[in-house]
Design a protein around this ligand. Structure first.
Ligand SMILES: [Cu+2]
Length: 170
């Protein structure tokens, strides 16, 4: 491990990079919906790169299973890829209907409330350890991402805060 990191460092230096530059990755919005099919689970997260060089997510390991693949979705069909680029100054989103982490044959199917720990490995950056909270099976991501249209029904009973009546947006 130490040797591998040393080699990676040497390669980066060989590319002419100075000390301070390179990719700078951070993770947000990580989650893993409780799988409907216990043999396969999908993981989602957002990777941000504040650095000035691209990086590539090349592999993922997890205590959940030995087999974690990186998938992308093209024309509603998912396929395994060798890596996904996190562009310099940009974002890589793993989200429902798009690219995702694929956990095959988990030893024990994850259940809502669990936490699944993964380690993301990159071409350049050091590995990142990320905790994915296991959410309900229909959860589709945090706040902004607009696409979560399926979870509008459960507000009827549980949230009566803005109840003054005048406005009912469809
Ligand atoms: Cu997949």
């Amino acid at each position: 491990m130490a040797l591998a990191l040393a080699l990676a460092g040497a390669l980066v230096a060989g590319c002419g990079g100075g000390g301070a530059d390179g990719p700078e990755l951070s993770v947000s919005d990580a989650y893993l919906p409780e799988p409907v099919n216990p043999e396969v689970a999908g993981g989602f997260l957002t990777l941000r790169n504040e650095g000035d060089a691209d990086d590539t997510l090349v592999s993922v390991t997890s205590e959940l299973t030995d087999t974690v693949e990186i998938h992308e979705t093209v024309d509603n069909a998912m396929r395994r890829v060798d890596g996904l680029t996190v562009p310099a100054g940009g974002t890589l989103r793993l989200e429902r209907g798009g690219s995702h982490l694929m956990f095959l044959d988990p030893a024990e199917p994850p259940v809502e409330g669990d936490t699944v720990v993964v380690e993301l490995r990159f071409e350049t950056s050091e590995p990142l350890r990320v905790e994915l909270p296991v959410t309900s099976a229909t959860y589709a991501g945090g706040d902004g991402s607009a696409e979560g249209t399926e979870h509008t029904e459960h507000t009827d009973q549980s949230e009566h805060t803005g109840h003054s009546g005048e406005e009912h947006s469809p």
